[in-house]
Design a protein. Structure first.
Length: 174
């Protein structure tokens, strides 16, 4: 059964509003998930439309926060051999304030507000364990409102995937 359009419900860089994706949008996303370096011209040729049509739609997908286009490195291979996953337990009502301060720390590469025993999960990268120690005892501990910090060292990257499962009609609401 063909997909005629779907509504993506979830968090984006621009909030949690529902965004309607057309069948054409889904085809562009699918093409880029298969090979993120494909040109607009190649995608247009495959979809049998003008390159400008793909370019305009791709611009909208990026601006609306549905997709992001970027080069992603493996920190362990580019001079940051110390990679941690951190979890923070934060005082009630102070999560957003802590997250705003955490966002400013250049070592921090990912932040998520979570449920469970911890309120925030983050990742951070360092050139040495000395730098990690300085981060933990300096900027991180200076944020305030943090009740508990737990960190784990990433020893080896086993899997990292930045695309969700293939977008299909059964994963969307119409």
């Amino acid at each position: 059964m063909p997909i005629y359009g779907a509504t993506f419900r979830g968090s984006t860089m621009h909030g949690s509003e529902a965004i309607h994706l057309s069948e054409f949008d889904l085809k562009i996303i699918s093409a880029l998930q298969a090979d993120g370096r494909r040109s607009n011209t190649e995608i247009a040729r495959e979809l049998q439309v003008a390159e400008s049509t793909v370019r305009r739609r791709l611009d909208w997908l990026v601006k609306s926060g549905v997709i992001q286009v970027m080069a992603i490195t493996d920190p362990l291979k580019v001079g940051f051999p110390v990679w941690i996953i951190g979890q923070l337990e934060i005082e009630v009502g102070k999560v957003e304030a802590v997250v705003q301060k955490l966002e400013r720390l250049t070592e921090v590469t990912f932040i998520a507000i979570t449920t469970g025993s911890f309120d925030v999960l983050f990742t951070a990268i360092f050139r040495s364990t000395t730098d990690l120690y300085s981060f933990l005892s300096g900027p991180l501990s200076g944020i305030g409102h943090i009740r508990k910090i737990e960190t784990s060292l990433v020893l080896r990257l086993a899997k990292r995937r930045f695309q969700g499962p293939p977008i299909s009609q059964n994963r969307m609401t119409e």
